[in-house]
Structure formats: C-alpha cells, structure tokens
Design a protein around this ligand. Structure first.
Ligand code: FMN
Length: 203
C-alpha cells in the first residue's frame, strides 16, 4: 500500500512506538520499540530474547501503535497488557485508543547482535486528526534546553554534571532526531558556548 508517513507524524529519525505482535496461536503481545525511518524506508532492530522477536519470526507481521500514554509504555514492559488494552484492526491485535495503527510485513535482512527487519506497510489507520509519535530526539532537546537555561545559575561544582547530561542528550539527538532536532541542538550548543565565554570574560 502507499502510505504517507508524514500524515502519521513520521519523518527521518527513530520513533518510539508500541509494537503489537501475535504468537502463532494468536496470543497478542505489546512492547515499546524504536521505529526507524530513513527517506521513507521503515525498519526495526530487535534484540533477543523477546516475545516480539519470536512472534515476528513466526508470523512476519508487526503492528505499530502511535500513542503517548506513559502507562501503556511502562505496563507493556513490566508485564503483559490484559485483553482490554487490545482491539482488532484488519484481523491483527492493536492497542485500543492509539492515535494511529500501521500493520506491516517484517522481512528479516540481517542477523547480528540484533535482528534487522525492513517493514512494508500493509494497512494503516489514523484514529485522530493528527498522530504524534514519541521522538527521543525531541524529548532530549527539551531536557537539554532546560539544563542550558539553568547552567548560568548553577554553582561551579554542579556545572560539570550539567554539561555531561547535555552531552548525553546530544548523543540521543544525533541518534534519534531528524534534521530539525539536529539543527536545534547545534543552536543550543552555540547558546551554551556563548554563556560559557561570557562567564569566562566576567571571571
Ligand atoms: C522506548 C523504548 C524503546 C525500545 N526500543 C527497542 C528496540 O528498538 N528494539 C528492541 O529490541 N527493544 C526495544 N526496547 C526494549 C523492549 O521493549 C523490551 O525489551 C521489552 O521488554 C520486550 O518485551 P517482549 O518480550 O514482550 O517483546 C525498547 C524499550 C523502550 C522503553
């Protein structure tokens, strides 16, 4: 199928979604997963052991659920979601109330430390006017920006810690962000350097 990813809020970068899969005998499973997008090509990197991996290898299918609910992200890791969390979309389990669903065929491309699958969309539905997939790059920009605004009011002794956190956020932005996050981080770092230079002059 022709799928306009931008309509689902997906551009280049890694998008944190909840992946639904089902076992050979039909038991649904959900787990957070990073959906990778590069120039419209979708892929996932799945580590073992996981039920998600087993199910994808068994069925060749995955459901991508775009949602923002922190409880669903956490509950899908620490235990099984009970049946009330699932609904059916074109015969495949998806998460009730998600902003959008995509059902995809998963094709195994590489098996190294993790399994790399390319994904081919089979069907999709947007349940709301807009879908907002979680992007760690965007989240990291906000966290880094908060830290940058606090830098000048922090004690000398706390500044090393702040700079290390910002470096960590920069790493996340590099890995998960798209062009806008990369540009935003470059501007943020310029801002931070200008504060540091100003303080050096004032000392
Ligand atoms: C935000 C987030 C993103 C994740 N992305 C991935 C991923 O891309 N690949 C992967 O193998 N595991 C990823 N994980 C870890 C799995 O969700 C986790 O191992 C989960 O417990 C697997 O559950 P399962 O055994 O039910 O499949 C991610 C976890 C979180 C919280």
């Amino acid at each position: 199928m022709d799928l306009d990813l931008t309509e689902l809020g997906i551009g280049d970068g890694i998008w944190e979604v909840v992946a639904t899969t089902r076992s050979r005998d039909g038991v649904p499973n959900a787990a957070p997963l990073g959906l990778r997008c590069r120039e419209g090509d979708l892929s996932i990197l799945v580590f073992e052991p996981s039920r998600t991996l087993e199910n994808i290898l068994d069925t060749g299918r995955i459901g991508v659920n775009i949602l923002q609910d922190p409880l669903i992200f956490v509950k899908s890791v620490v235990g099984d979601l009970d049946n009330s969390y699932y609904t059916d979309f074109n015969g495949f389990p998806v998460i009730n109330g998600a902003e959008a669903w995509i059902i995809l065929e998963a094709k195994l491309m590489e098996r190294g430390a993790a399994y790399l699958f390319t994904l081919v969309p089979l069907s999709a539905r947007r349940n709301f006017k807009a879908a907002h997939p979680v992007n760690r790059g965007f989240n990291a920009i906000i966290e880094a920006l908060i830290l940058a605004t606090r830098y000048s009011i922090m004690d000398e002794s706390e500044r090393g810690g702040i700079l290390r956190c910002i470096e960590h956020m920069e790493e996340i932005v590099r890995k998960c962000g798209g062009d806008r996050e990369h540009e935003a981080m470059a501007i943020l770092k310029g801002y931070l350097h200008s504060i540091q230079e100003l303080e050096d002059v004032l000392q």
